[in-house]
Design a protein around this ligand. Sequence first.
Ligand code: NAD
Ligand code: GLY
Length: 360
Amino acid sequence: MTIVPVSLGDRSYDVLIEAGALDRAADLLAPYARERLIVVTDETVAQAQLGRIRHPNIIPIVLPAGEATKSWSQLESLCDQLLELEVERGEHIVALGGGVIGDLTGFAAAIVKRGIGFVQVPTTLLAQVDSSVGGKTAINARAGKNLIGAFHQPSFVLIDPTVLDTLPARELRAGYAEIVKYGLIDDPDFFAWCDEYAGALLAGEAQARERAIAHSVAAKARIVGEDERETADRRALLNLGHTFGHALEAETGFGSALLHGEAVAAGMGLAFRFSAERDLCPESDAVKVAEHLRRVGLPHDAISAGVSALGKRLAAHMAHDKKKASGRVPFILAGGIGRAYVDKTIPLEDVADFLDRQRA
Ligand code: NAD
Ligand code: GLY
């Protein structure tokens, strides 16, 4: 068992990582929910994993699976169900699922009765290493993804790597992109570890899987602890690959054509290639990143992500970035592997030209 603390003053909490922890969930969650356990989940996870939680008074709220569930209508329905259950402010609800369930449940917890407690029990690799930690909660709006939300930290995160045994291989691989991201941001030794053990991890080798999850959670906890609300150019580093990736997702409709983690992988490859073209990063590092992504079966640029749109069109998607400030979109570039930084000076025309050169 590994416990990673997330240090945020009076909002601090622990992340517990243990194979088989879900089977002990009733005990492990007792400090948060003893009398009854309200568990929000989706239909797929309900079938695959919910039965492992043995609690005498479990109240499941089962929502449709998929990104469309992060919507006003599902939020309204979830809040109404919680109010009908007369959930109290001191009570905790449980989010059992991937980033969709975690983001929606966390947001509902942030606003019902002006804030109730919640616990994250992430069931995708992406949610285990990224979205369940750090307190970003959101739903999607007509104008774009994650535009309506709140910072609301969970009180506890329970990670059982064995839940990944039922996760489709493609989802697992997409989640891996968020693991290698931590190496690329500021931890070259971890990138080297990923380069050696990604195969074992993706094949479900327990030790490699747990080590990667624990290392990633510790990295996320450290960065969130330094800049909880993304105001100091520190947490923004977690967006490595996201600006390029977001444009690719927007182009493919935020659906199964390109999963979020796949878009992030392609975006990271592009961020390194762009950095190398501007002589900010050694060419050899950009090549190493692309080769690593290719080897694990992830896209490393727009074409391998199945997107052949003009640079101008992709740059137009980037122009809607919610992190835009004073008309400039912040890019996470890299001085090399493990040396990511925020650059707020990049003209979108340069990015569009770069993407067109990539297509050629
Ligand atoms: P997801 O929640 O849609 O899960 C992917 C699919 O896997 C779903 O169909 C789900 O039903 C299924 N699934 C989940 N666990 C399973 C299991 N153990 N066995 C079988 N099937 C399982 O997608 P995701 O990739 O986990 O999350 C993506 C979402 O996370 C996006 O909405 C994104 O915006 C958000 N996100 C949030 C943050 C954050 O910091 N809050 C960070 C990254 C991503
Ligand atoms: N996933 C980005 C963040 O939590 O800040």
